[in-house]
Design a protein around this ligand. Structure first.
Ligand code: 4AD
Ligand code: MG
Length: 463
């Protein structure tokens, strides 16, 4: 079986060769003595045009084909007279693998809204848009491993079930045993099982730190969970996060690594997913190609939080009515509109904001000398807002203990985390990149629910 992508990309090299293609019918146009069938096998956006003359084996099958049917086609590659494709297949034999009743198949030839497609998430990978997003997502995952492995980072798999709330935001899903409904007593069984209450992790960072303080440079890439009530186009209850952690690294090194990483994966997608990205540039985000080019070739901006606040204040003062949150001062947690203005208008490119106020950031971030900020950074990007959150970690035992006390955390719950500061403590830093936000960024997809196979968000856990 040949992949359609390989046949279409071969130029005219395969002309005359007999090949077998297996896939799903996108369209059928029947004329008197032959039919045109577009067969897509998911390897590329475009399917291959199959021309079946009425005297071939299995023509009765061709005659009855409908959109969505699965077929196996033996054909000879021929130069195509049609525009937009170099080659087509002259069918030798067509066999039906699985039929698809036209009257009940939810995917029609017309364009469906992304919202409708979410209600048939099990079939939507067969559409152009979701198929293309899925291919780019796969390429970005590959490029992620490739980037870190080439730099000598070790891939560690941190636990999904955990007792600690890394971000301290209290947005964790509690783990219980089945059947939950049976009795109230049952709810406690997960606690009985583990000896304490257990949750789905919001971040692998704390565990990754333990490995960075042993293996040097490490990264995680796995699912994380947040029970936040945000019903937005940028939040999921289950999302994938990439979390590098680097020993002997400070905040500058952290930002340098993050910038190289984003550039690397974007370049990989541009180089390897040209057809899909051209499709997105045409249909969902006209400025995409130019923006991706800038990501790869121009340095990212870097601005201290305090300076970003001053810029925002100046801009908001021009017309406060244009802003949903016009009140911005030192200590404000930036809203999406602020983040997007900074990246899209003020700097016009991916922008690191760093040295945030201590009061709005997590307990593990390293205190700066000024006493009121921490060595934290967020990477804000056009169209998406926050793509990355990271920091240098507090490596001084006494300072960390004081910060934990301030945050109301019990030392006995984090004894192992504190041990890292007791035994050969080193400056270290890392960050977390939201993988679905990266997929949105690279594909120009507006809603994060379309960047993951089966999105989980408030009110939705079908499929
Ligand atoms: O900024 P966050 O909360 O940082 C952390 O979790 C750190 N422990 C990471 C680290 O330093 N190792 O989350 C990191 C990124 C965000 O910048 C965002 O891209 C993504 O994760 N993210 C979400 N993506 C989708 N849905 C959500 N609900 C998200 N919450 C965070
Ligand atoms: Mg964050």
């Amino acid at each position: 079986r040949q992949r359609v992508s390989a046949i279409l990309q071969s130029g005219l090299q395969m002309v005359g060769q007999e090949v077998t293609v297996k896939g799903w019918v996108r369209t059928v146009r029947s004329q008197k003595s032959f039919s045109f069938v577009e067969v897509n096998d998911g390897s590329s956006l475009q399917g291959v045009q199959v021309i079946a003359a009425s005297d071939i084996r299995g023509y009765d099958v061709v005659d009855a084909l409908t959109t969505g049917a699965a077929v196996s086609v033996v054909g000879v590659v021929a130069e195509s007279p049609a525009k937009g494709q170099s080659v087509e297949l002259k069918a030798v034999e067509v066999a039906l693998v699985g039929d698809c009743p036209a009257e009940s198949y939810p995917l029609q030839k017309k364009r469906h809204s992304l919202e409708f497609l979410r209600s048939i998430a099990h079939l939507r990978p067969r559409t152009n848009t979701i198929g293309a997003i899925s291919r780019v997502r796969s390429a970005l995952a590959y490029a992620t491993h490739n980037f870190f492995q080439e730099l000598g980072f070790k891939y560690v798999q941190t636990p999904i079930v955990t007792a600690s709330d890394c971000e301290g935001a209290g947005e964790m899903f509690r783990v219980t045993t089945l059947p939950v409904q049976q009795s109230d007593k049952k709810l406690d069984d997960a606690a009985d099982f583990f000896g304490r209450a257990a949750y789905l992790t919001v971040s692998g960072q704390l565990s990754a730190e333990t490995f960075a303080c042993a293996l040097g440079d490490v990264y995680t890439f796995g699912p994380t969970f947040r029970a936040e009530e945000s019903n937005t186009a940028r939040h999921l209850a289950e999302f994938w996060m990439i979390e590098p952690e680097m020993a002997f690294c400070d905040l500058q090194g952290d930002m340098d690594n993050a910038e190289s990483f984003v550039k690397h994966v974007v370049k990989y997608a541009v180089d390897h997913c040209a057809e899909d990205i051209a499709f997105f540039s045409k249909f969902q985000d006209k400025g995409l190609a130019a923006r991706l080019d800038a990501v790869v070739n121009k340095p990212f901006a870097r601005v201290r939080y305090e300076e970003a606040i001053a810029m925002l204040q100046k801009e908001i003062a021009k017309d406060p009515s244009k802003w949903q949150y016009p009140q911005v001062e030192f200590g404000t947690d930036l809203a999406t509109e602020h983040e997007r203005w900074l990246a899209e208008v003020a700097f016009g490119t991916a922008t690191f904001v760093y040295d945030y106020p201590k009061a709005i950031k997590a307990f593990y971030m390293r205190d700066n000398e000024d006493g009121r900020t921490v060595a934290a950074m967020d990477l804000l990007v056009p169209g998406v807002g926050e793509l990355i959150g990271g920091s240098q970690r507090e490596e001084r035992l006494d300072v960390l203990q004081a910060k934990m006390a301030e945050a109301g955390l019990r030392e006995e719950d984090y004894w192992w985390y504190l041990d890292l500061r007791r035994f050969g403590s080193v400056p270290h830093a890392g960050y977390g990149l939201g993988f679905e936000r990266l997929v949105c960024y690279v594909t120009g997809t507006a809603n994060i629910r379309d960047a993951i196979a089966f999105p989980r968000y408030p009110g939705s856990c079908d499929f």
